[in-house]
Design a protein around this ligand. Sequence first.
Ligand code: NDP
Length: 311
Amino acid sequence: MIETINCLIIGAGPAGYTAAIYAARANLKPVLYTGLEPGGQLMTTTDVENYPGYPEAVTGPKMMDDFQKQAERVGTEVRFGLVTKVDFSGKVHKVWIDDEKEIHANSVIIATGAKAKWLGIESEERLNGRGVSACAVCDGFFYKGKEVAIVGAGDTAAEEALYLSNLCPQVHMIVRRDKMRASKIMQERVIRKENIKIYWNSETEDILGQDKVEGVRLKNTVTQEISEIKVEGFFVAIGHQPNSAIFKDFLVMDEIGYIQTIPGTSKTKVNGVFASGDVQDKIYRQAVTSAGSGCMAALDAERYLAENFEH
Ligand code: NDP
């Protein structure tokens, strides 16, 4: 049976939950589908020190639990399920959950976030889950007391290298240029940490090992020198890809897949479909900016529903 939903929210990170809080309080009767990873990327973050209102810091999972409880307390229905297909060609937006259930939504707020990128080398795929990971916070514990490598030079790589340095005797950080992209404070922390060794101008040629990670082969892009390091874990922290593929036939996106919205709003090119959070933001990508854009999406949806549908 087809279900009609007034305000459908897709995604359960800061953007989705904040949209839900605002939509519920505006009596839009929101239903939020979590996807397969409720809480999103914050579930793999340790301490969040930069979200206002948590003076003692908070873990990502605890913060997401708080967001969910707040969304539910004000009247959001949170459901576990994955949106597998959409059809935004009509006034009523069609959405399918788990390839089965069909929903007709008067308004849709997309808050599906982004996911980790990979290097794309054969050994990385073959050894994924056997020493190769894109989440130090999830998997670092398995490498307690062992040497590991991490590739990347952004805030994620810096944060994960520091996390690993508290578990592992030596962390080898592979940086492809002669500088890091990470914020100054994070760079300084990494450079000061004595058990993090940085390999500048270095590319990962190969991850060594048949059934488990045994080492990494590096190439110095300036000297062309090849070197090998013995490690048992290899962490990839090189950025993210927006989770937008299912919307590509209906919405305007940039070349990477970030959904484009009308500047200063959450409106997509389809009336009644709004985008918020990391799926449409490649610049700020913070929990707090994501939450702010979720709020914007709910306010935009409220206005749209008032103008186009009778309550
Ligand atoms: P970024 O896009 O900022 O950084 C990606 C890093 O990976 C860059 O240093 C890039 O190198 C490197 N890289 C990309 N592709 C490759 C490759 N094929 N081989 C080797 N290296 C590669 O992503 P992050 O995930 O680090 O951060 C995303 C956003 O989230 C940022 O805005 C960041 O500030 C924010 N963030 C904030 C945190 C906080 O405030 N606590 C924590 C984590 C993230 P290059 O520099 O050469 O392009």
